[in-house]
Design a protein around this ligand. Sequence first.
Ligand SMILES: NC(=O)c1ccc[n+]([C@@H]2O[C@H](COP(=O)([O-])OP(=O)(O)OC[C@H]3O[C@@H](n4cnc5c(N)ncnc54)[C@H](OP(=O)(O)O)[C@@H]3O)[C@@H](O)[C@H]2O)c1
Length: 253
Amino acid sequence: MKIVVIGGSGLIGAKLVVKLAQLGHEAVAASPNSGVNTLTGAGLAEALNGASVVVDVSNSPSWEDAAVMNFFETSTRHLLASEAAAGVRHHIALSVVGSERLLESGYFRAKIAQENLIKGSAIPYSIIRATQFFEFVRGIADFSTEGNQVRLPTALIQPMAADDVAAALAAFATGPAVNATVEIGGPERFRLEELVRQGLAASNDPREVVADPNARYYGVALAEKTLVPADDAQLGKTRFADWLKNSALRAHA
Ligand SMILES: NC(=O)c1ccc[n+]([C@@H]2O[C@H](COP(=O)([O-])OP(=O)(O)OC[C@H]3O[C@@H](n4cnc5c(N)ncnc54)[C@H](OP(=O)(O)O)[C@@H]3O)[C@@H](O)[C@H]2O)c1
């Protein structure tokens, strides 16, 4: 099958393209890097020619409220229209567990808008909602840093490895559309502040991580389970401690 990966040069996209090719499919990475821009529509018709499946793992370069809403709404509209014209049979999008509980943030309002456009289109779909990637833990720390302190709430988080996200997406991309939203997550739950503390300690980052029940997560007040998936979520195998060991090894190789 020809499977087009929108955002195929990104963290998840690059891994997904490799996995799909290993499974014997014609996996095409499409993004501004390769002349395909979903925001303007440039290059889309050519990229989708002959494609059976499209996986959208793109992300907005800006997370500012209006910019991110414009990115996910306009890109998704262009993409779905081009898919209809090209006869694509399955649209898969990567979204975020708990988006409907995070609507104080413009980013998650935009992800919900993206999901609603997909649900409203005639193209069979699978929306895969993932928890936070291990690779994103440093970004959480950086966003919540003031001086030498990282202030984070004590809410639960169930993060997963980007490799496991890509493996799950490869399985959905090569199977039938589920026409529903499916959750995927990691094998373990952490307190947010404990996860970030472990992540920073592994790279000898000197910042102090402070648990603060009133601290916000990207501007959002979290309840205990805002970020965690439901009990029927499909879980990846990679544990954070093992991933940290391997990424430290890779960094020193
Ligand atoms: N971070 C998390 O923990 C997390 C958790 C759950 C779900 N997600 C979701 O996962 C998805 C992918 O995240 P990621 O971290 O893999 O992204 P990423 O590494 O930031 O990659 C973003 C990709 O989007 C592409 N892109 C940007 N503008 C584009 C445009 N106008 N047209 C087409 N492609 C465009 C980029 O292409 P160029 O390289 O060519 O610019 C790049 O390939 C996002 O939708 C996010 O909501 C993230």
